[in-house]
Design a protein around this ligand. Sequence first.
Ligand SMILES: [Zn+2]
Ligand SMILES: [Zn+2]
Length: 202
Amino acid sequence: MRKICTKCGIEKEINFENFNRLSKSKDGFRPNCKECHKSQGIIYNKINAKERAFKEKQRRLADPIKQKEKQKRNYWRHKEKSLKYNAEWRKKNWFHCKLESKVKQANKKAKYYGVDGIINRDIVYRVLMSEGFCCHYCKQKMLFGNMTIDHDMPMSRGGDNKESNLLPACTHCNSSKKSKTKNEYLKYLEMIKTSRLNMGFP
Ligand SMILES: [Zn+2]
Ligand SMILES: [Zn+2]
C-alpha cells in the first residue's frame, strides 16, 4: 500500500520507515511522511527555543535544591566530561571566577567572625574599579593576580563586610597591613618612611 504525503506530495510505501504511527487515523499512520514531520519539528523547536529556554529556567529556579542534586548526579555520572567543561568555562569566564573567589573569601571570613554584610561580584567589581584598579595604599596599578579586597576596619576587630568598609589593595599592602585599620596603616607607612630617611636611606 502506498499513500501521498500531505506535505511534500511524494507517494511513499506505507510502513514504519516512511511514516510515523498515529493511532487515531484510518490507516494508523500520520498523513505526512517521517522526513516532513521531522523537519517540521526542527522548525517548531527553532521558533520556540527562546520560550522553552525561559520555561526551563523557571523550572530550575522553582526548586534549587532538587536542581543542585541533579547537577551533582550528572557531575559524577559524566565526571571527565564535566571536568573538561568546567575547565573550559573557567578559562572563558576567568574574570567572573576571580571576582567570585574574592566574594567567597570575604563572605566566609565574615561568617567566621560573625560580622554583618554579604558582598557579591558587583560590589567587588565596584570597589576594584573605584580607584581605577590601583592599590589604595601604594597607588600602583594592580595585576589580576595580586588584587585583593581590603577591609578598612578589619573583620577580626569587628569591622563589617559592607561596601563602605572595603578598599582595593594589592597583595603586598594587604598582607603587611595585617589587622591595622586604614589610618593606622598609613601612619605606620609614614613612620617607616621617616625612619628610613633618618637612617640615611633615600
Ligand atoms: Zn513528506
Ligand atoms: Zn599596594
